[in-house]
Design a protein around this ligand. Structure first.
Ligand SMILES: Cc1ncc(COP(=O)(O)O)c(C=O)c1O
Length: 475
């Protein structure tokens, strides 16, 4: 079947509780994705990498909207912004502090810039196997222990919507003479209504990166890099963006980014007011459910959370997250963003319809009636972070061999392993593969979740040849 036909069929069949944030809402977005506007840089259309005309005006509008010093349009996703931002703020070999739950693009920046990462490991939530917030105290202590640290990299919100206390963390980071880069890929909608946290652009971060395609009405791949402090060199960021972004940016994407920003400028307040009302109605409609638990996340280890991310906790029932997502897809025509053994994650945005929310609530209420209660013992604990034996770059440069996950215990990874989404590495090159990690991977696989390494899709991993953690320790 032709891809185009498959996409049409899918559109007709399924409601999207996943990104992109335009939700294929053609009533609002129209049907404009045409060839007539598919150009790249030609006379009178400015140059994304040296903008001075129509693109500069559009980016200046975005800077005004987010209150930044400068904002750059990205057509290669937040990934390109993260790579550029980290490279602009560091020199080869620098020590950086980063949340362990960072997206893989942060690890790729570490690899490419040969940085020395010190991991901040957030606490795990009590009721779900997800990371909580990074606290200011954790950052302060790590900076005291690593006074040569040049940059702190945090993901806030996380994929699941967990937010850290960026205002206080920014203060601590700056007092220690370091920069703060916030991956706000999932928080481009923050700050547009009091029901959502404020954006890190207004809380003291130096660089903030947002995927507008994830939670705002904008096409896939569109993102923003915001410069929020005068300490950051604009020209160095621009130079890095020219390295990590295409030299043929799509004007279809650029025009739709500008359109998204105009929509927020002119009608943002009313869209967000309606969105919050729909979310509140949804949470109310499912608040009585006991086997499926759906409520905004509130736990001691969470500073704040995004109510737009709907987490369906299945751990109090005889249903696992993957089966729940399958039922939603196959019986109710709804596609969610992520299924894990004990929960399902749905993404919402200002363009979700009332009908979409009510279909979702009704489906969850009907599914609940078919379930048995279970004591919450199906929560799968996250494995401990593996020990680092050598740097990412050192591990990747040594001779490799490919072996199965089950043969990899005590071997040193020369590879990343992740379930995608969310793309957070379970192990990174240079770390020791552990029994706990193997058990965790096997549990994910048993629950129908694909676990991949960077080199293989077949439960295999590249490890460093003739070099085990054991031999390293005894040598
Ligand atoms: C936390 C986080 N950061 C960054 C990215 C990369 O964003 P993009 O897909 O826009 O490149 C993702 C992608 O899912 C993500 O989840």
């Amino acid at each position: 079947m032709q891809l185009e036909q498959k996409l049409k069929n899918h559109h007709a069949q399924y409601y999207p509780f996943h990104m992109p944030g335009h939700k294929r809402n053609l009533e609002i977005m129209g049907n404009v994705f045409p060839y007539y506007m598919d150009i790249t840089e030609i006379e009178e259309f400015d140059d994304l990498h040296h903008a001075s005309g129509i693109l500069k005006e559009a980016m200046d509008d975005a800077a005004k909207l987010w209150g930044t010093i400068a904002t750059f349009f990205l057509v290669n996703g937040s990934t390109s912004g993260i790579l550029s931002g980290i490279r602009a703020l560091t020199k080869t070999g620098d020590t950086v502090l980063m949340a362990r739950g960072c997206h893989r693009s942060v690890y790729h920046a570490i690899e490419l810039c040969d940085l020395r990462p010190i991991y901040l490991v957030p606490p795990i939530c009590q009721n779900l196997p997800i990371f909580g917030s990074i606290t200011p105290e954790m950052v302060k202590q790590a900076l005291q222990e690593n006074p040569n640290c040049k940059l702190v990299i945090l993901t806030s919100p996380t994929y699941e919507g967990i937010v850290s206390d960026i205002a206080n963390i920014a203060q601590i980071v700056h007092d220690a003479g370091a920069y703060l880069l916030v991956d706000e890929a999932h928080g481009a909608h923050f700050g547009f209504d009091a029901a959502f946290p404020l954006s890190a652009t207004r809380l003291g971060a130096d660089i903030v990166i947002q995927s507008i395609h994830k939670t705002l009405p904008a096409p896939t791949q569109t993102a923003l890099l915001h410069i929020c402090s005068a300490q950051v060199s604009l020209s160095e960021v621009r130079r890095q963006l020219a390295i990590f972004q295409t030299s043929s940016p799509s004007y279809v994407l650029l025009s739709q980014m500008q359109r998204c920003i105009s929509l927020l400028q002119t009608n943002g307040t009313s869209y967000f007011t309606e969105y919050v009302a729909k979310l509140k109605q949804f949470y109310h409609a499912v608040s009585h459910l006991r086997k499926l638990r759906i409520r905004p996340l509130k736990e001691d280890v969470i500073f704040d959370a995004d109510i737009g991310k709907i987490l369906v906790d299945t751990s109090h029932s005889n249903l696992n997250g993957t089966t729940c997502a399958n039922i939603l897809r196959n019986q109710y025509g709804m596609e969610t963003e992520l299924a894990q053994p004990s929960y399902v994650l749905a993404m919402t945005s200002i363009l979700d319809t009332e009908e979409g929310f009510s279909r979702f609530a009704n489906a969850l209420c009907e599914i609940e009636q078919t379930l048995l209660s279970a004591s919450a013992n199906t929560v799968v604990a996250l494995p401990p972070i593996p020990h680092t034996i050598c740097s990412i770059a050192q591990a990747l440069e040594r001779p490799h061999e490919t072996i199965s996950f089950s043969d990899a215990i005590h071997r040193i990874a020369a590879d990343y392993v992740w379930a995608y989404p969310p793309g957070i590495p379970l192990i990174v090159p240079g770390e020791e593969f552990t029994t706990e990690l193997l058990h965790y991977i096997q549990t994910l696989q048993k629950n129908g979740i694909s676990v991949w390494s960077a080199y293989s899709h077949t439960a295999q991993i590249q490890v460093v040849q003739n070099f085990s953690a054991y031999s390293k320790r005894t040598s």
